[in-house]
Design a protein around this ligand. Structure first.
Ligand code: ZN
Length: 271
């Protein structure tokens, strides 16, 4: 049976260890966590191993990711070094994928050769560590597409963010075109492009599937058709400006998320 996963969400008062315990008890098979400088991934992985919960990906930081494309600045070089550490942590802890953004925000630099050079350093590092890099679709797919086309090798692939596709690039579908590069998924719900019709991060609600109006039946069908056999990974939370899930306990939130994941699997595989 296809694996079901979720981000280790600490928005409901539990720490990462307690959250993983609840996720395992609820039925999840796998999960991912955000990486940051100084975070003890070894501890998290050790605990996950002890309860037989997989950690599929480390989510790399992205607050300064635009700097990767800017040639006449050292910031991109420093950031490349920081991202390498995330890749090392994945490699040392047997976590197979690192998920990367290619831009942040709605004002972004031009694509550049320097950007490809810096991302290329990460690709080399990933290959050394036996880690795969999964690039996620965001507001501006051209950055991701450039990287996927430039680095056509087995270590570089696609993290299909289904919520982002709906609210950031309405009308665009990344499957089946990128189906053969698909490493992993990020699944969450929203109401698509906001009223103002400007692409805006505030539309990216990261709600539990079936709480908004994304057409999961259509998406799951495409996932199945492209031959993807990996996990269905939720990326959900309680966004602070909206607080949709206030009043739920961590366990209630995780159980609600799990129910949605089971429903997604049924839509995808019929089981
Ligand atoms: Zn995502």
């Amino acid at each position: 049976m296809r694996k079901l996963g979720m981000n280790i969400c600490t928005a409901f008062g539990t720490n990462e260890i307690e959250t993983m315990q609840l996720m395992k008890e609820t039925g999840f098979d796998t999960c991912f966590t955000s990486w940051e400088l100084g975070k003890n991934i070894k501890n998290i992985k050790r605990f996950a191993d002890s309860i037989e919960l997989e950690i599929e990906t480390l989510h790399a930081p992205f607050s300064k990711i635009n700097s990767m494309w800017i040639a006449d600045s050292n910031e991109g070089d420093y950031y490349t070094e920081e991202l390498k550490k995330c890749i090392w942590d994945a490699g040392e802890n047997g976590i197979p994928y690192v998920v990367l953004h290619t831009t942040i925000g709605s004002v972004v630099p031009m694509t550049s050769h320097m950007g490809l050079t810096r991302f290329g350093k990460l690709v080399v590092e990933a290959e050394k560590c036996g880690v795969k890099l999964a690039f996620e679709n965001l507001e501006f797919p051209r950055f991701m597409m450039l990287i996927l086309n430039y680095f056509k090798n087995e270590s570089v692939g696609f993290c299909y963010d289904i919520g982002h596709e709906y609210c950031y690039t309405p009308g665009l579908t990344f499957l089946p075109q990128l189906g053969d590069r698909l490493f992993c998924t990020h699944i969450h719900d929203n109401f698509g492009l906001g009223k103002e019709k400007n692409v805006d991060y505030r539309d990216d609600l990261h709600r539990i599937p079936f709480d908004c109006d994304l057409d999961f039946e259509k998406v799951c069908k495409k996932l199945k058709e492209c031959g993807y056999t990996g996990s269905l990974m939720l990326e959900v939370g309680n966004r602070s400006d909206y607080n949709y899930y206030d009043g739920l306990t961590a366990k209630e939130f995780i159980m609600k998320a799990y129910d949605s994941a089971v429903k997604l699997r049924k839509l995808t595989d019929g089981e």
